[in-house]
Design a protein around this ligand. Structure first.
Ligand code: CP
Length: 316
């Protein structure tokens, strides 16, 4: 029996221990080696069924979970919500119970409502992976980000990581703040005051290694890692931003701002990128960007998560 990994579901990373994070990193390294083989397939999930159900659009997360399951030899159901019985009013409980009745071993779910995965697992006997819920959490993204940071930077203890953008409404930022803090990173989160989370501003004791600022130059200065977030344009409609042009002037990552970071700093973005809005296109596709590596590492990370939840055999 594995003494470190006991989880049935992956709903969040806020309660992951450092040992569990290390276990995911170590398993992802093994999966990355599998992906470098001419035949990128192992039988660990042979006979298992993985059901992907996405109530919100996705390019990276959905395709990488599908590929991950197939590389592990699982059978895969991709339920397209727009053409499913959900549009006829099928409830979340009914959908979960149907996926279970079809024999699913793992359900991978993205939902627009924060907390939906916690409601879903109350009606499931099989495992569930949260592929992003509302503003709340995106655990597999945070884990692939952590793996990518380790790949490029090695030791995480004391590493200066800056996250810039709409932190308040970002499930990616929220999950990364938990996992990177647990790994000893020194975090600066940066954005307009209205888009910074109250919990960090009001309770510094909760995250002693996290600093908030609305000044991008201060945030980027000396950073080892800069993680940009997508500007969610609906924030302007909701009155939280004056104009997009003002946001771009104050928060877009350009060459001048990047030059304030360490010479070997890496630039990350979970995608999808609004090119030339939160980040200049020349940086997003430039030599300091590891955005493509994040996507590639997403497959190995999701293989690791599926394997840890229901893999049958050792990888050889
Ligand atoms: N990073 C991320 O969740 O991307 P998708 O919306 O394309 O899955």
């Amino acid at each position: 029996m594995d003494t470190i990994w006991q989880r049935k579901h992956i709903l969040d990373v806020d309660d992951f221990s450092r040992e569990e994070l290390e276990k995911v990193l170590q398993t992802t390294t093994v999966m990355k080696e599998v992906l470098q083989r001419p035949l990128k397939k192992v039988p660990s999930l042979r006979g298992r069924i993985v059901a992907n159900i996405f109530y919100e659009p996705s390019t990276r997360t959905l395709s990488s979970f599908e590929l991950a399951a197939k590389h592990l030899s699982a059978d895969v159901i991709n339920l397209a919500v727009a053409s499913s019985a959900v549009v006829k009013g099928e409830s979340l409980i009914d959908t979960m119970s149907t996926l279970e009745a079809l024999g699913s071993d793992v359900v991978v779910m993205r939902h627009s409502a924060s907390g939906a995965p916690y409601a879903a697992v109350r009606h499931l006997n099989c495992s569930l992976i949260n592929a992003g819920d509302g503003w709340h959490a995106h655990p597999s993204q945070a884990l692939l980000d952590l793996f990518t940071i380790r790949q490029f930077k090695g030791e995480t203890e004391g590493l200066k990581v800056t996250i810039i953008g709409d932190i308040r409404h970002s499930r990616v930022a929220r999950s990364n703040i938990w996992s990177l803090s647990k790994m000893g990173c020194v975090l600066t989160i940066c954005g307009p005051q209205v888009l910074l989370p109250d919990s960090i501003n009001q309770d510094p004791a909760l995250f002693p290694l996290v600093k908030c600022t609305d000044n991008i130059e201060e945030a980027v200065e000396g950073a080892d890692v800069i993680m940009m977030l997508r500007l969610q344009k609906e924030r302007q409609q909701s009155g939280l931003l004056s104009t997009v042009n003002d946001y771009v002037a104050r928060y877009r990552l350009d060459e001048k701002r990047l030059s304030l970071a360490k010479k070997d700093a890496i630039v990350m973005h979970p995608g999808p990128v609004n090119e030339d809005l939160e980040i200049k296109r020349t940086i997003a596709y430039g030599p300091r960007s590891v955005i493509k590596e994040q996507v590639t590492n997403g497959v190995a990370t999701r293989m690791a998560l599926l394997y840890l939840l229901c893999g049958r055999e050792e990888i050889s």
